[in-house]
Structures are given as C-alpha cells and as structure tokens.
Design a protein around this ligand. Structure first.
Ligand code: ATR
Length: 267
C-alpha cells in the first residue's frame, strides 16, 4: 500500500485526506492519505522517519512550510518562494515543491483567464498572498499588493517583478483600472465581512477569493451582484492537491472527482 499524508499543526479540519482518497478510489489505487501533527521540534526526525518508513509523499502546511527547507532539495519555484508544501520521497534527499503557486496558476487557467499583461490587485501579504503574488509574477501579470500592514506588502512586492505595494486605503484608486482582484486575507472566513467596499467592484473584474470556508463569501456575493466573474477558494485548494498528486504518482489526476469530493464537504 502507498502512503501519502499531511504534516501541520493543526490539521484536524483538512480536506486533503478525502480529496486525495477520492482520487485513489477513482483510479483503483491501493493507497491512503493520513494526517500528522508533529511537535515543531520533531520536524527533522519526521522527514527522515517518513523517508525510512517508505512514505511516498507528504504535504506540508502551517507551521512547517519553511522548517522543512533544510531537509529537501527544492525545485526552483519552492527555492524562490522559500516555502515547501509538497515533498516527494522518491529521491534521496527528498524533493520539495510549492504546489500552492501551481494551484493559483491552474485555477486561473481552468477559468480561461490570462494573467499575462493583466492588471491585478492582491489584498493581503501573509502566506497565501505570497503564493498568489509569486504565481502572478511568474505568469507575467502586473500587480499591486495592498495590506492592512503596509510594510508587509512593501517587502513582498520588493521580491517580485511587476509588483507595487500600498495600504488598504489605496483600493478606491487602484480598483477601477484593475482586471483581477484577489482576496488573500482571512477576512470573510470568521464573519460575513468583505475586505472591499461593494461599491468599488465592477463588472469588468474577475474576483478570486482564496477563502473557502464559506465558499460564497460576502466579497464573492458582492462581486456577483455587479456582474463580475467570481472564482471561489476551493479551486486553489483543489489544484494544489491535483499538482501534488501528479508529482507523487506520475498519473493524471481525476480532477473532477477530487473537485466533487471537496465541494461535497464545503458549503
Ligand atoms: P495566511 O497564511 O492565511 O495568508 P497570515 O499569514 O496570517 O495567513 O496572513 C493573514 C493576512 O490577512 C494578512 O495579510 C493580514 O493582514 P496583516 O498583515 O495586516 O496582519 C490579513 N488580515 C487578517 N485580518 C484582517 C483584517 N481584519 N483586515 C484586513 N486584513 C486582515
């Protein structure tokens, strides 16, 4: 039996096990996907132990995405962003990838949205925003990063081609000319709130919300009300998993099965 899994803390509400196991079932694979919550100080032995046990692949989430860097050889994308969310144990040392970035790119591709030469606004400057910003930079978009803490937006933009930065107060001046708006903050997750005033949204925008609990955030509802195209956060979750599955198995992932499984478990 092949074993895959997720290390993070906490991982109790992760949707990766059902999403990956739906793929194994669909393809008739004898495989399992399990979650682990190691203590932070044990991370080094977790990776060597996983390799010794013959675990095929691990996803990595908060707080370990940087901690595992020393024990893997990073592919160029993971190296540049300085964070690993997928480890492939078929090499020695294991290889670290960042499929959060691939997940963003494939999300836009799935919706036939070109990023090259488009103008985007990213709200947020934490871990999720970082993956979005690296994806947009790789795809050749021009983008403005705005964040509640402006200095964090500035340091992220300074790492990337095509990026500028500012505070949330700039939204009224940058949104009218934007093609794409991405919420990469946690606003909308706990309460029915949006990081953007509804009157700033317009029909020429594509609005992507990285929040997936709930699926229909206030931002997405406001965007739909003005006729903007919307993309919910389950797409990014889906495609980071699809990319990890394909790295580990060399098989084409059953995307629609994985998507259905995720959506059955989200509201
Ligand atoms: P993640 O890994 O999910 O991106 P994170 O690294 O903690 O989580 O980042 C959370 C992001 O949401 C940050 O950009 C944060 O803004 P600050 O850098 O100013 O903290 C943003 N955020 C969280 N709560 C917010 C709020 N109420 N209003 C605006 N931005 C908020």
């Amino acid at each position: 039996m092949d074993v895959y899994g997720l290390i993070g803390n906490p991982v109790g509400h992760s949707l990766s096990p059902p999403m990956h196991e739906a793929a194994y079932e669909e393809l008739g694979m004898n495989a399992r996907y399990v979650t682990f919550e190691p203590e932070p100080e044990a991370i080094e032995s977790v990776i060597t132990g996983a390799q010794a046990l013959g675990i095929q692949g691990l996803n990595v989430t908060i707080p370990f995405k940087q901690d595992v860097l020393e024990q893997v050889t990073c592919d160029p994308t993971a190296e540049r962003i300085g964070a690993v969310n997928t480890i492939d144990f078929s090499t020695d040392p294991p290889t670290g990838y960042n499929t959060d970035i691939t997940g963003v790119i494939r999300t836009f591709k799935h919706h036939d949205i070109t990023l090259e030469d488009r103008t985007a606004v990213i709200i947020g400057a934490g871990g999720a925003a970082r993956a979005v910003a690296f994806a947009l930079a790789d795809a050749g978009a021009e983008f403005h990063i705005v964040n509640r803490t402006e200095s964090k937006a500035e340091s992220l933009a300074a790492e990337l081609e095509g990026a500028t930065a500012g505070g949330l107060s700039e939204l009224p001046s940058v949104l009218p000319d934007a093609d794409i708006l991405i919420n990469a903050t946690s606003v909308g997750m706990e309460e029915d709130q949006s990081p953007v005033s509804a009157e700033l949204l317009h029909a020429d925008l594509t609005v992507f919300d990285a929040v997936y609990r709930p699926l229909q955030t206030k931002l997405l509802r406001d965007a739909q009300a003005v006729g903007a195209e919307t993309i919910d956060g389950a797409w990014m979750l889906l495609y980071q998993g699809v990319a990890a599955f394909e790295i580990w198995t060399d098989k084409e992932a059953p995307v629609s099965t994985m998507n259905q499984e995720l959506r059955n478990r989200l509201e």
